[in-house]
Design a protein around this ligand. Structure first.
Ligand code: RP5
Length: 293
């Protein structure tokens, strides 16, 4: 569920494909088998399709965030396409197929079966807060881009520890958590390093984040072209823009924590190279704020 004050209709169309994940080597895993563009849809016959199989040892070691291994434990029944107890197994995109007990990636073939590095079979839900402010120069003047003549936006970006790429400080929606709680929690943990604060500081920062995250614009709800996706497990997200209209974000001292190695305000521009589909979500923030892209 998203916050009642967030817009219900997402700005960006759900046209994210699986091209990036499909054409990259699996992180800490095997090389994916090749899937030509025209053989991606499950509806297209691909007799020679021989995907490699991979489940990361970390996922198989049964951490709390991972589903049981339904490939080997046939007694376990997961409720695909439904809210299954505390876990939402519904896709933002639509109904996905389940074949021989295994969910099929809603965008098609990826060249790799199993769960790879992901904990859940089917959709793995995340939330991505795109926190923005206007860029100002030393004299306090708003910076306009000379080409587009539009003001430049900046957003809070982290450098992921796993791939070293710039990313939105988002994270997984944990069992029983809501999307809106995850947006605030992940921003706190990754961009403000709340995990190392004492209880009093955490409560103070939590209150400020809550205030600033009161009103957001839903940019995107759907599939993420994440490098960890497989034929049977994939990332989906809700990306929400929180724009600092009042210039109050300076209250926050950015400090990287958890999965983030580094955090800073980064200028928004169409040349941005980011993790998974994140530059697409950032483009949405530029659009809703009528900023330079
Ligand atoms: C991406 O993975 C999502 O857009 C989100 O930013 C992120 C969640 O995974 P972790 O950062 O928790 O690994 O697909």
């Amino acid at each position: 569920m998203t916050n009642a004050k967030e817009r219900k209709t997402a700005t960006l169309p759900q046209n994210v494909s699986n091209a990036r994940c499909r054409n990259s080597k699996y992180m800490d895993g095997p090389e994916r088998s090749k899937v030509p563009d025209d053989k991606v849809p499950w509806s297209v016959e691909f007799k020679d399709y021989k995907p490699v199989h991979f489940n990361s040892p970390r996922v198989l070691s049964k951490p709390v965030w991972a589903d049981p291994n339904i490939e080997t434990d046939k007694k376990v029944v997961l409720k695909f396409n439904k809210v299954d107890g505390k876990v939402n197994r519904k896709s933002h995109v639509g109904e996905y197929q389940v074949v021989d007990g295994l969910p099929l990636n809603i965008t098609g073939r990826t060249g790799l079966t199993g769960r790879g590095l992901l904990g859940k079979w089917g959709p793995n839900h995340a939330a991505d807060p795109v926190v923005t402010r206007w860029k100002h120069d030393d004299k306090g003047e708003q910076v306009m881009d000379p080409k587009t003549k539009k003001p430049t936006l900046q957003f809070v970006s982290i450098k992921r520890l796993d791939t070293g790429e710039w990313a939105i400080p988002g994270g997984m929606v944990e069992a029983g958590d809501s999307v809106s709680a995850t947006l605030k929690k992940e921003f706190g943990e990754e961009a403000l390093n709340t995990m190392t604060m004492d209880k009093k500081q955490q409560a103070e920062v939590g209150k400020q984040v809550k205030e600033l995250f009161k009103k957001g614009n839903v940019l995107y709800k759907g599939y993420v072209d994440d490098p960890r996706n497989t034929d049977n497990a994939w990332m989906e997200t809700v990306a929400v823009n929180y724009h600092d209209h009042k210039g109050t974000f300076h209250k926050f001292k950015l400090q990287a924590g958890d999965d983030a190695g580094h955090v800073e305000w980064v200028d928004i521009d169409s040349n941005l190279k980011m993790y998974a589909s994140h530059s697409y979500f950032v483009m949405g923030a530029a659009q809703v704020n009528n900023a330079h892209w």
